[in-house]
Write a protein that binds this ligand. Sequence first.
Ligand SMILES: [Zn+2]
Length: 291
Amino acid sequence: MAHPNDPAAPAAPAPERQATFKSAVSTSGIALHTGNRVKLTLKPAVAGSGIRFRRTDLPGSPEIQAHVRNVTDTRRGTTIQENGAAVHTVEHLLAAMNALGLDNAVVEMAGAEPPVGDGSAQLFVDLIREAGIVEQDVPREFITLDRPYWYSQGETHVVALPDSVFRISCTVKYNATILDTQYLSLVLDEKSFIEQLQLARTFCLFHEIEYLIKNNLIRGGSLDNAVVIKGDAILSKDGLRYPDEFVRHKMLDMAGDFFLLGKRLKAHLIGIKPGHPANVELARRIAGLVA
Ligand SMILES: [Zn+2]
């Protein structure tokens, strides 16, 4: 790579532009928590409009802006709600859109939750690539930090430090399981997301499943779309996709949850045993919604 002061270095790159889908594409599949089959369509949207979900199964097809101010539940996935309508488990689709460079899109859903796919972001990456991406004639805006932000709750700590890129560093550890402490740090972009995060699947601890079933949260769940950790065993259809698949999935979730800021974040996110509640609390602080 050329040094910035090298006289032969290329001129500074043109400012990044906003982007949307080139064409509309659809898919359908089972939703994790409701267990219902749902159709999802990705559509282009005008510059400056951000990511909007549209519930085509409800009267008037109400829209829900993908913004942290609209988050109403973070118990398993991240739920957003606006105009009397909710969409659940938006984080994997948002993570793929964040990494692949979408700024503006309409996500039509004939149901309350996107298809789960295999519990990773692969379904959405494939769908976004099928739709194609086109640049728009408007500069991309970023959120940058002038000071650190943080949120702590018990053993969970999430921190956002000023940085010139979107960097995620994450550590997870689950007591009473065979899992060693897992740690990974990367600069999030399309390449790192595709190579290191997109295949990491949703996981849960066996003792959590009873709670989830009682609360009707995983009616579409199976070993087709999640990994279950039971004491010293890992229940999975095809083993683990990465030795440290769990920390990678936590980072995938962070890439999605922090895209709810509505613009790309340039910051170093540090997650120690992070989860949706802490991610969203920190995003609320960055957005100035809470002190
Ligand atoms: Zn997830």
